[in-house]
Write a protein that binds this ligand. Structure first.
Ligand SMILES: [Zn+2]
Length: 401
């Protein structure tokens, strides 16, 4: 039995067709699932759940928050062997001002267009088809193969936090975010911070009686650019791109004739595995201290931005390149695409970090190619969808087989 089923992975691959993956991804794109939809991710989750059930794959919906269920599906193994989780998010960013109809998926020149086609209903559909392929081919796995389709990755990662806290758990995992068919075992952590500056209001005609919070913010920005940014640029990581700090938003003051008593600078800080969160905070607090020494009226505080995370810090992700999940994926990519697998690193942050760090499931990112995530023209390559479905199924056979 064991040798027989390993001999013919091609049989598994043949059970799903390109047109089927395309149809599923189109259906997922057609159902809006961003934060402005009153029912949030509910309908897309229900669609995926029903699709899997119709295919005979064990699936359930589990509510994370009102109207917001995760889909948890599984092809169960027979003997408690090594297990694998495929994970993807069901939410997308809103349509904003797209130049294409966001929710009328259209296929042209091998590209499937629409909001979420690339980020990441493409990868999610391919992952679902991998479970379908294994179910249809009646292969008996030793270990469990899971699919978790989660809510809220574009917000606070509520869905993946829920999986980590309540299960299921697997020995390793793959997140299907778009990577252009490359394996990405590591990426930076992400922290959103707010620097608040507190001054003293006064009439603009008597500005000397006040303390200007906007001026404090300006001094802070100056020091960040002179002292901190060069330090970060020089800091290299063995695993990821170098760290960054972006000054994303500045807000302060009421009107021109008032001395501003409050100003806030919102910061995006991408940190590398060689840094610590304390260091991330500490380097900014040190600038506050220096500015206070220069001017005793300087008053600032540093806060975490609650919009970016729920309870789990968005740490960096690091998985060794010789880990089983990387090796199995690389083998599968070579078999399916007939090209050697590429291992790279990504500028973005994904739920993989939470799964590796807090879920104790080493997790890497691998998904289709395309362009325009979060922007005006978003598409995914249709050929990549079927290839991803095949790669996920072969990796699953290798890991759980
Ligand atoms: Zn995404």
């Amino acid at each position: 039995m064991a040798s027989g089923r390993r001999k013919d992975p091609q049989k598994v691959l043949r059970t799903v067709k390109k047109a089927e993956v395309e149809r599923l991804v189109r259906d997922l794109v057609r159902i809006p699932s961003h934060e402005d939809v009153p029912t949030q991710e509910k309908e897309v989750a229900e669609h995926l759940h029903e699709f899997l059930e119709d295919e005979g794959v064990e699936s359930r919906l589990r509510t994370v928050e009102r109207n917001r269920p995760n889909v948890i599906a599984a092809v169960k193994g027979s003997s408690g062997g090594r297990s694998l989780m495929l994970n993807g998010h069901t939410d997308t960013v809103p349509a904003y001002d797209m130049n294409i109809p966001p929710f009328k998926p259209d296929v042209r020149n091998g590209r499937l267009y629409g909001r979420g086609s690339l980020d990441m209903k493409g990868g999610l559909g391919a992952m679902a088809m991998a479970l379908v392929a294994i179910e249809r081919s009646k292969v008996e796995l030793d270990g469990n193969l899971y699919l978790t389709a989660v809510v809220g990755e574009e917000r606070r990662s509520e869905g993946t936090e829920d999986i980590i806290l309540r299960g299921p758990r697997a020995d390793m995992a793959i997140v299907g975010e778009p990577t252009d068919m490359e394996i990405q075992p590591s990426h930076r952590g992400l922290e959103w911070l707010e620097a608040h500056f507190h001054g003293k209001a006064a009439h603009g005609g008597q500005a000397d009686r006040g303390v200007n919070a906007i001026s404090m913010a300006a001094r802070f920005v100056g020091k960040v650019e002179e002292d901190l940014l060069p330090k970060l640029r020089a800091r290299k990581s063995r695993h990821t791109l170098p760290p960054t700090l972006n000054l994303g938003v500045i807000q302060g003051g009421q009107q021109p004739s008032s001395v501003a008593d409050h100003c806030v600078v919102r910061i995006d800080r991408r940190w590398v595995p060689e840094e610590t969160l304390q260091q991330v905070f500490g380097e900014i607090l040190q600038i506050f201290d220096e500015l206070k020494k220069e001017d005793p009226r300087f008053k600032a505080e540093l806060r975490r931005d609650p919009a970016n995370m729920k309870t789990m810090t968005h740490v960096p992700n690091v998985v060794r390149k010789d880990h089983r999940v990387v090796v199995s994926l690389a083998r599968a990519i070579k078999d399916v695409t007939k090209r050697p697998a590429k291992i790279s690193t990504f500028w973005g942050w994904t739920d993989a970090a939470l799964m590796t760090h807090f879920g104790k499931m080493p997790t890497v990112v691998f998904g289709p190619g395309g362009a325009g995530a979060h922007s005006r023209v978003e598409y995914v390559f249709v050929d990549d969808l079927i290839q991803c479905a095949h790669v996920y199924s072969m990796a699953a056979l290798d890991i759980c087989g």
